[in-house]
Design a protein around this ligand. Sequence first.
Ligand SMILES: Nc1ncnc2c1ncn2[C@@H]1O[C@H](COP(=O)(O)OP(=O)(O)OP(=O)(O)O)[C@@H](O)[C@H]1O
Length: 304
Amino acid sequence: MSSLSASDLTAVSAAPQDADAQLDDDYRLAIRIKDVRVDYRTIVNPRANTLRHTVTNFGRKSKDRKVRMIHAVKGVTLDVPHGKVLGIIGANGAGKSTLMRAIAGILPPSSGEIVVNGRISTLLALGVGFNGQLSGRDNVVLGSLAAGLTRRQVDERFEQITQWAELEHAIDLPMKAYSSGMYGRLAFAVSTHLEPDVLLIDEALSTGDAHFRRKSYEKMQELVGQARTIVIVSHGLAAIKEMCDDCIWMHQGEIVRQGKPDEVADEYLEFQGVPRPKRKENAEDETADDDVDPLDDAMSMEDI
Ligand SMILES: Nc1ncnc2c1ncn2[C@@H]1O[C@H](COP(=O)(O)OP(=O)(O)OP(=O)(O)O)[C@@H](O)[C@H]1O
């Protein structure tokens, strides 16, 4: 991967707007993010990073403790109109998941403002919100009620959710007995069957076996067809290109590019030192871009 200096990439920023324009936008937009910063406060103690030190100093407060602020998201401004599918790409540690957690309301921004218009459903980390001690059944019911569904709606959707996840046989087991793939399947099924206005998905397409990855991808396309607003974080660039209307590339907490998924993803690949995939002009070439399976991990940055 090439190293990046501030002059190589400039953060994308939004123009200021007046109060009327803001009201229009509030109506038109599903998500409005205005100059959002998210900082993590961590305690660093270089000498304490050994087992010996931890054991011998157990219960004592170390004098070497230092507070370090990690600026994970640095002044991001972004609008997502209703019915659009936004992809977020970027290297490990770029701030993608942090931004998603802030949009979901799990992590309050250190400064700035986030407004989400509509019912939000999240599929962020596997099983966030699930309780391992409870059965799959109880988790589906509680998760759906917590998301704002009525008891009647939950009853109506319960069968669909368990059937989609193909977990009827395991639905009464405590979820701590589930494999990570089963966990992911149920999490995906719940979040996508809640009929959210805004769906946030962080790397969910990479969970499960090949059958479920395909099924998840098709479910997402169904939601895209229903004009739901979706934000997807993924290292699978082919899926981003296939599904998204718009794409942002985050780097070190900032948005450095925003635009058509094809163009932003190719530029990102090039920056990472990976050759651009061949484009359609080369239609006779079997390796042309359009022939790439959107679920093919060959396009995943995890492999780079
Ligand atoms: N709980 C935390 N406490 C302290 N720092 C954190 C925490 N979570 C993330 N960070 C830091 O915030 C920065 C952004 O992390 P984040 O997980 O948002 O990146 P990401 O783009 O989602 O990365 P990846 O592609 O690896 O998932 C990183 O420097 C990371 O070390």
